[in-house]
Design a protein around this ligand. Structure first.
Ligand code: ARG
Ligand code: ASP
Length: 732
């Protein structure tokens, strides 16, 4: 008896260690919080209930969160539909309104009144009205005997029925998504507003301060925010843009806390994380960090080096390539961090341990043994088998992405194929569509830059991708040009008809018959045809052949993990649906003897200040405010807070997400993760994974003191929860 008791007494302790190690991992579905998370959240300091976060019957926090344009998150911060998101999320909109005279990227933009707010055709904001578990109906009649294609078509049929029968208003939409690799399905009723206007943005020297050098890095000093407003029809419902539209009256908007953060404060982040892969087997993780990441990084390394060299010497090229450079560098840097983080934390080792435990549990139970016996080995073997094609596929994708001439040639080949398919009489129309698409790309295209990128990338491609995956046609051309990137590139860039928009247009203006004949003589198109044929036959075919089986086994493995590991709480991988993640404001040790603090201040901005530098310049007005310490109600202890970190589990798509305090007040704006923790998409580790947020007080300081947009501050609801004056109040 004593012994037994002793055994049981141990359990809670083990359970606790388990929880504390994983307490901040997870992107949870808001409608399931009361079942899965509420208790833990309260234990960590949350002062509101799950129903205050997600409710169907009353305004709740979820009614203040939107998917911004489908790629970022935004939140509503006033009773007049004012929306806050990141500067890098609003970047395109800001850029489109900018000209040489009114360069809003450089100088910032502030509408002085609602009439000056700028419409952005195509930009949307989507609210989630309700979420329903439709797993049972979606998987009705779906049995293990169906193959993947049959399974999908059975599900599609079920989903159609669900769509037809679902209750929704005419102005609402239905979105259905698979979760847990297709083991569960959820339906989202959404409302998408289509009139979203630009209200304000700081200059890039604040909104993008530190740019690519500081990207993914802590300590950070970026004021990464921009402000929009949602407009609705007179009935407050979604409407196409019209100047008669009125500011949206939201069901809820976020009060803003001026009390700041302290170490160990509870925080949550509410938003639309894009994609994670937390339940892969070890071979898949190995493939990612030892196969795919190195390949992609190698290609981008080479391309970025070339582009950077040109951008530093030539102002025109800098403007043309800035956005491309930033987006290429963003993933490149993340992948480097991911490889390093997985290595540093023994991520693969940890997977192997989890798999050993999984195997043990399966072996110990006859039912599991019968259903899941060989599953893990088969799945691991499939990933291993598919590795060469997967890596070659990455090389191919990167080659086409960075070598724009090949990208144009690829588009041209598709145009010819489509014309053959649809009939020559459609050529004129299809040609015009193609030309319209590439015209803006040519505006930001420079032959000298692209040629040097091609030299570097062709050398890598033909060296790294095995010749039997390249194929005879392309390899033939490679041999004709002495297996040399420079010779191959020179021939293409000296002779191709695709090196400028005008030449391309003239070439395509010939009759379809001549175009399809001459295409073979054009060195760029000829190489591209060879590369493409080789890709289709030797990379994509074997890759595609394995996918259905990988998907099937991955789905079974997901289910098996949930069945077998009863002590573990599972959250679904991110899939651009609304999630909540929670954690604590906390520093960390990136490496031996180094400790990172939780927050930065304007002092750090001034430490980084490099006059005239395109990443680290500081506007004069901000320097003045700093010199006078003129921080108004936003400063704390004589300093101006700028950014802070916490252990919320976030990913791409969470940019612009609100960071909330224990009461659901806005305390910050999520925009990035730390270098050591970018691996969190495949290997979350609470000891070093941190999300980075702008302190909301810095945002307000910039709006109020720097931009003088006091009318915006007056729209907000500012609260002091720590001083005990204002408990959470609903906005409406
Ligand atoms: N790393 C952040 C994210 O993945 C910020 C990217 C924008 N900033 C930049 N310097 N490229 O989106
Ligand atoms: N910067 C990312 C975004 O734009 C966020 C992240 O990956 O942490 O969504």
């Amino acid at each position: 008896m004593r012994q037994l008791l002793g055994k049981y007494l141990l359990l809670p302790v083990l359970f606790f260690t388990h929880l504390s190690a994983h307490a901040t991992e997870g992107m949870w579905l808001p409608q399931l919080l009361n079942r899965l998370n509420e208790k833990e959240m309260k234990g960590m300091g949350m002062k509101i209930s799950a129903a205050d976060i997600y409710s169907l019957n009353k305004g709740s926090l979820k009614d203040a969160i939107v998917s911004f344009g489908g790629f970022c998150t935004g939140e509503i911060i006033s009773s007049q539909g004012l929306l806050l998101t990141n500067h890098h999320c609003g970047y395109d909109a800001i850029q489109k309104h900018s000209s040489l005279q009114d360069n809003y990227l450089d100088n910032g933009f502030w509408a002085r009144n609602k009439q000056e707010e700028l419409p952005n055709p195509g930009l949307t904001a989507t609210f989630i009205v309700r979420i329903e578990d439709i797993t049972q109906q979606a998987l009705q009649g779906v049995t293990g005997s169906l193959n993947e294609r049959e399974r999908q078509s059975a599900i599609d049929k079920n989903l159609n029925t669900i769509r037809t029968n679902a209750k929704k208003e005419s102005y609402q939409d239905l979105v259905i998504k698979p979760f847990f690799d297709g083991n569960q399905y959820f339906l989202f009723v959404t409302e998408t507003y289509k009139d979203v206007r630009l209200v304000g943005a700081p200059p890039s020297s604040i909104g993008k301060f530190g740019a690519d050098t500081d990207n993914w890095v802590w300590p950070r000093h970026t004021g990464d925010f921009s402000i929009f407003r949602i407009y609705a029809g007179k009935d407050n419902l979604p409407a196409e843009f019209s100047k008669d539209n009125v500011p949206l009256k939201p069901k809820h908007f976020l009060p803003i806390s001026l009390d700041g953060i302290a170490s160990n404060d509870f925080t949550m982040v509410f938003g639309f994380p894009g994609r994670t892969n937390e339940y892969l087997p070890s071979e898949a993780m190995k493939l990612t960090v030892e196969g795919q990441d190195p390949a992609r990084v190698q290609m981008r390394d080479a391309a970025l080096k070339v582009i950077d060299g040109f951008m530093r010497k030539d102002e025109q090229i800098k403007i043309q390539y800035a956005a491309k450079y930033a987006s290429t560098a963003n993933a490149w840097k993340k992948w480097i961090g991911e490889m390093q983080g997985v290595r540093q934390t023994g991520g693969i080792q940890r997977k192997l341990q989890q798999e050993a435990r999984f195997r043990q549990l399966v072996q110990a139970n006859p039912v599991y043994r019968a259903t899941y016996g060989g599953l893990l080995d088969s799945l691991n073997n499939l990933y291993k088998e598919g590795a060469p094609a997967t890596i070659a596929r990455d090389y191919y994708t990167e080659l086409l992405r960075s070598t724009e001439l090949l990208g144009f040639a690829n588009g041209l080949i598709s145009l010819l194929q489509e014309t053959r398919l649809k009939g020559e009489e459609n050529y004129a129309q299809l040609r015009q569509q193609f030309l319209d698409k590439v015209k803006p790309q040519y505006q930001n295209y420079n032959n000298n830059v692209d040629r040097e990128v091609a030299v570097a990338l062709l050398d890598i491609y033909f060296k790294e991708v095995p010749s039997n995956k390249i194929g005879g046609e392309a390899y033939q051309i490679w041999m004709e040009t002495n297996k040399d990137g420079r010779t191959t590139a020179n021939k293409m860039y000296d002779q191709s008809a695709l090196t400028s928009y005008d030449k391309l247009e003239a070439f395509l203006n010939k009759p379809f018959k001549s175009v399809s004949e001459e295409v073979w003589k054009d060195p760029a198109t000829r190489l591209m045809i060879g590369l493409r044929n080789g890709y289709i036959d030797f990379i994509n075919k074997p890759y595609d052949a394995l996918q259905p089986e990988i998907n099937r086994l991955q789905r079974q493995y997901m289910q098996a993990q949930m069945d077998v590991m009863k002590d573990k709480r599972f959250y679904p991988d991110a899939n651009s649906t609304l999630r909540i993640t929670y954690g604590k404001v906390n520093g960390y040790n990136p490496r031996d003897a180094v400790t990172y603090d939780i927050s930065t201040t304007l002092d750090g901005v001034m430490e980084k200040y490099k006059p005239g530098d395109y990443e680290f310049d500081v506007p004069e007005k901000l320097r003045d405010l700093y010199a006078k310490k003129d921080y108004g109600q936003y400063g704390a202890n004589g300093k101006m807070p700028v950014c802070f970190i916490a252990s919320n589990h976030t990913t791409g798509g969470n940019s612009g997400s609100p960071a909330l305090d224990a009461y659901g007040n806005l305390i910050g704006l999520n925009f990035d993760r730390t270098w050591e923790g970018t691996m969190s998409d495949i290997n979350y580790d609470a000891t070093i994974c941190r999300n980075i947020m702008v302190d909301i007080r810095y945002v307000l300081f910039i709006v109020d003191k720097f931009a003088g947009a006091k009318h915006l501050i007056e729209e907000l609801k500012l609260v002091h929860p720590k001083k005990g004056s204002v408990p959470l109040k609903k906005a409406s």
